[in-house]
Write a protein that binds this ligand. Structure first.
Ligand SMILES: Cc1cc2nc3c(=O)[nH]c(=O)nc-3n(C[C@H](O)[C@H](O)[C@H](O)COP(=O)(O)OP(=O)(O)OC[C@H]3O[C@@H](n4cnc5c(N)ncnc54)[C@H](O)[C@@H]3O)c2cc1C
Length: 320
């Protein structure tokens, strides 16, 4: 394979996604002198920029999501990473002079690469109940950090029982008069310290074993119709806003039919972040794994870049 002629404009690797996973992959790949492009999205953003405070990224306690991403970016740029703010619309296989490539099309341009790293993250699942779609942005929110200040001295609900739901409920108490946390089970899934803070916060009350059946309101949220899963009783809860944190959906439509995914749509990778397609690697929240956090996305990103590097070196006959 050593006599492969690779066209000048072909990247060794294109990374799709500019969150902690993609930017760490970008840092490692550019520092390893690969020809690398990171496409970070033009209208999507990293999930971590939706939170105001991160307490569990080692070494940087209390940093905001924006600042952390900014630091990741600056560090990767210092090693020559090229970053484009474009939205990737498709990924297709192609061949040039016997070389197998990926054509990465964005809203404005088309790029080619020997390998790709998918780090497109995940987004919050919708409830799928009447009123929800109509009232998104008018009282239905997926980001307390973005929207909490609109609810100063008002009453809100949070749906969910995991870390993010509890963390965001706590954040909302800085602004709202009351926060009702609605959870389908009779206990929280969130980590101990968050639970302790939530139970100690007098602005938060818990509505257990319950689900939202409808979001009420015409031009803004005025309340929720809630069903108790044990008694089947329905009740109306007057609130001015509702924040939904009921689980994630991976952003993996781009690789539909190209790589193996699990039943929930997460990309299946091995411990080297290799997908089922030889030159496609994946990292961060979009892969099948147990813990979706900044620290794990960064770890995955480093491994994905290393594996893409090994793949490209082998392709070029430059194994060390
Ligand atoms: C409210 C909230 C609070 C959180 N708090 C914490 C916390 O305290 N600690 C912690 O460790 N984790 C926290 N998380 C989780 C953390 O944000 C994620 O685990 C982490 O961001 C995953 O990184 P990622 O790179 O995989 O994905 P993301 O950070 O979500 O990045 C995905 C990237 O892909 C891009 N993208 C998507 N589709 C396309 C496309 N078609 N074309 C181009 N680009 C695309 C997006 O624009 C974005 O740049 C929180 C998440 C939320 C929502």
């Amino acid at each position: 394979m050593a006599d492969l002629t690779i066209p000048e404009n072909v990247y060794d690797v294109i990374i799709i996604g500019g969150g902690p996973g993609g930017l760490t992959a970008g840092l490692y790949a550019s520092r390893a002198s690969m020809k690398v492009l990171l496409v970070e999205g033009s209208y999507t953003v990293s999930q971590i920029t939706l939170t105001d405070m991160i307490e569990n990224y080692p070494g940087l306690p209390g940093i905001t999501g924006f600042e952390l991403i900014d630091r990741f970016k600056k560090q990767a740029l210092s090693f020559g990473l090229e970053i484009k703010a474009e939205q990737v619309s498709s990924l297709q296989k192609a061949e040039r002079g016997g070389v197998s490539l990926w054509m990465v099309s964005t809203d404005t341009t088309q790029y080619e690469a020997l390998s790709v790293i998918i780090s497109t993250g995940a987004e919050w699942r919708h409830l799928g109940v009447p009123g929800e779609d109509r009232l998104i942005g008018q009282g239905v929110s997926f980001c307390a950090t973005c929207d909490a200040p609109f609810y100063r001295n008002r009453d809100v609900a949070v749906v969910g029982g995991g870390d993010t739901a509890v963390q965001e409920a706590l954040y909302l108490t800085k602004f709202a008069d009351s926060v009702r946390l609605i959870h389908r089970r009779d206990r929280l899934r969130a980590t101990g310290i968050l639970q302790e803070r939530a139970f100690a916060n007098e602005k938060i009350t818990f509505i257990w074993d319950s689900v939202v059946e409808e979001i009420l309101g015409d031009n803004g949220v005025t309340g929720l119709r809630i069903r108790n899963l044990k008694s089947n009783d329905m009740k109306e809860l007057p609130v001015d806003g509702v924040f939904l944190f009921i689980g994630l959906l991976p952003n993996t439509k781009l690789v539909d039919g190209l790589v193996s995914r699990d039943d929930d749509g997460y990309i299946i990778v091995d411990s080297e972040m290799r997908s089922s397609a030889e030159s496609v690697f994946a990292c961060g929240d979009c892969i099948r794994k147990s813990l979706r956090q900044v620290v794990t996305a960064c770890g995955d990103g480093a491994v994905a870049a290393d594996s893409a590097g090994l793949y490209v070196d082998k392709l070029k006959g430059q194994e060390y």
